[in-house]
Design a protein around this ligand. Sequence first.
Ligand SMILES: [Zn+2]
Ligand SMILES: [Zn+2]
Length: 400
Amino acid sequence: MSTPIRAAAQALADTLSAWRRHLHAHPELSGQEAETARYVAAELRRLGYQPREQIADTHGLIADLLPDSPSGAAAVALRADMDALPITEETGATYASRRPGVMHACGHDAHMAMLLGAAALLAERRAELRAPVRLIFQPSEEKSPGGAAPLVAAGVLNGVGEVYGLHIWSEMPVGTLGTRVGPFMSATSELRITITGRGGHAAMPQQCVDPIVVAAELVLALQTIVSRSIAMTDSAVVSITQVQGGSASNIIPEMVELRGTVRTLSEPVRAIVCARVHELATGVARNHGAAAEVAIREGYPAVVNDANAVSRALAAARAIGIGETDIVTMSPQGGGEDFAYYAQKVPAAFLFLGGRNETKGCCHPHHHPRFDIDEAALPIGAALLTQVALDWSVTGKTPR
Ligand SMILES: [Zn+2]
Ligand SMILES: [Zn+2]
């Protein structure tokens, strides 16, 4: 099914691919997106926008499209991320990265192209707009602490009523769209627990405090957090992934270090899990006369999708001809996303857009050296973002 917006996006297909391929061939790592930002800003200016660059002293930029006859409604924001990954590309594509060791292996090149596409389509429809549209190009998604938090702190959501983010997804066939209401992407926390005992001869344990025994007991005790401290309706993962200590079969070491990760779908659950990690580590160590030092580094919070924003996005998806069978209600994902910081501030929807096509060889996972997408997804994404913004401008609310 084709609709005017979808047809207009389809007519832009070559331009969308050209944008994506240029960005793909010239990837930049998190926090280093200077050239990318210059390119995006130049394209926005060509489309009639006046982008504001270097937001919060980052390579982030925003551009506003203001209606001719404003209704006083809040703006709708559309966000794309800009950074690439430290991977050497192995696709062999004509548009492959020209920078060894750097690759757009997560599809953020496609996100920028689709948002530029929406910028073009919306600029042509400015007469229909009643509410402002804010385009957010955000750096450094892949590297904690991320580029979203400083942009939000700098006020990019001031006057914004809702925010949408689209992520291309290689696990889903091109033409499909996936999302869910509520927690969608996980909050991540990294654990490092150092257990200090008293080392000595393995034949004389009575003179030692063995940190290996303490660590063994602690690894098992940590597994009671999810089963005994978290409600059946909540969920969490605690994984200890590294155990390091000892140097010989006849020496009790002085110290053992445990590392691991915690994934949760809400801040209250993250707080419970992290508090229990502290209590168990210090408690188990103390019981044996050892000491435990716990360091927890918080990654991104959980992405929590707003029900109304998801409804608006799905209505827009149907309006541009995405069929009911191509709309997928997803399970919460274990990965993290700094889109979470926008969603903490205003109602938000984060969506996965299918980019997989086995016949074109686009079947490798994100962050893989042969990751690629079916560019047929680009006009769909551009149309979807455009439709969401137009729908918001008809029904959008006044600023809160
Ligand atoms: Zn990624
Ligand atoms: Zn990504």
